[in-house]
Design a protein around this ligand. Sequence first.
Ligand code: GDP
Ligand code: MN
Length: 381
Amino acid sequence: MKIHEYQAKAIFAEYGIPVGKEKVATDPEEAKAIAQELGLPVVIKAQVKVGGRGKAGGIKLVEKIEDVASVANQILQMTIKGIPVKKVLVAQAIPIAQEYYLGITIDRAIRKPVLLASSAGGVDIEEIARTAPQKIIKQPIEPSIGLLPFQTRNIGFKLFADSQIVNEFSAIAQKLYQIFWDKDCSLAEINPLVTIRQSQATSPRLIALDAKIVFDDNGLFLHPELADLQDPTGEEPNELEAKKAGLSYVKLEGNVGCVVNGAGLAMATMDLIKRFGGEPANFLDIGGSSSPEKMITAMKIILSDKNVKAILINIFGGITRCDDVAQGLLAALKESKIAVPIVARLTGTNEAEAHKILNGSQVIPAKDMAEAVQKAVALAK
Ligand code: GDP
Ligand code: MN
């Protein structure tokens, strides 16, 4: 479960990680009142649960009180990466000296949490990993022991020259791990963590300017206190609809829409699309059980992504019956005209019935997975 920046910062504050003065607003007048209370300049930030809001124009510095409402209004009208902005955070602007990265996630290869820190903050960690991998400091965390103070001080000394800042950094890292551990997170991230530009030495010198927390859904039942944080605004609308229908859907950047049953087969399908020079538009697992409705919802979700140029259906029928999938597909085709080509590979339970059902429709059959993927990739080009 993802939460908003302002919600994550409230958790930071509760644990003693320094954050600026800020409040969330849902309309321009409210934003103005908050700015008045905090004092100018302020930074107005779109509250959507994706990164890269800054680059997308969803974060604006405002110097004058008379501009606050119009800038807030402009951001509230935006759609960032397909997500309509419903809330803005109005934050006292912080004069930044330098931006750092600090995050904790699970390293699946070592099966432990790992702390990542970098002096190249403000950009995505994936981008730092690509452009300056030597700038990422990695500290594996032994879960039975925890993150030890000497480890975080050690990293602090690699990043900062000033011992006061090293101590502050170490305390922040410790608290971030405490949050990660207490709340069963899969990600707890501060990007950027900044040093404050100032003339005389005051405290704190380090402050969390952004906050991202993702809770592990499998741990949510242990945390009834987190239920209140659930807020469907600021999330990818298709991912929400899919969740409601019992499908796992993740939007990606490519143009081959995929409908697959089983997460493993879905991953293998995406690999094969890439192998044949294509790019998947999504990950979609329609799950083990079969019902024609799932297929209809799946097609609707995929087609609402305007990047999709071809649809690939890859079903290995076990409990999922191929004829159910075919019925659903036919119903989806009846419901609305589908302009993009559809390639289907249906094999396993009731395969022959499925082929009979689809015979004469616009669906292009394929006898195996490789053929289906190649056809879909070619048609998407
Ligand atoms: P993201 O783009 O979604 O990760 O949003 P962030 O909250 O990380 O903000 C993006 C960038 O905006 C930061 O890296 C900063 O450079 C800038 N920014 C955000 N808040 C402030 C602020 O209070 N003062 C200043 N000067 N810059 C800010
Ligand atoms: Mn950020």
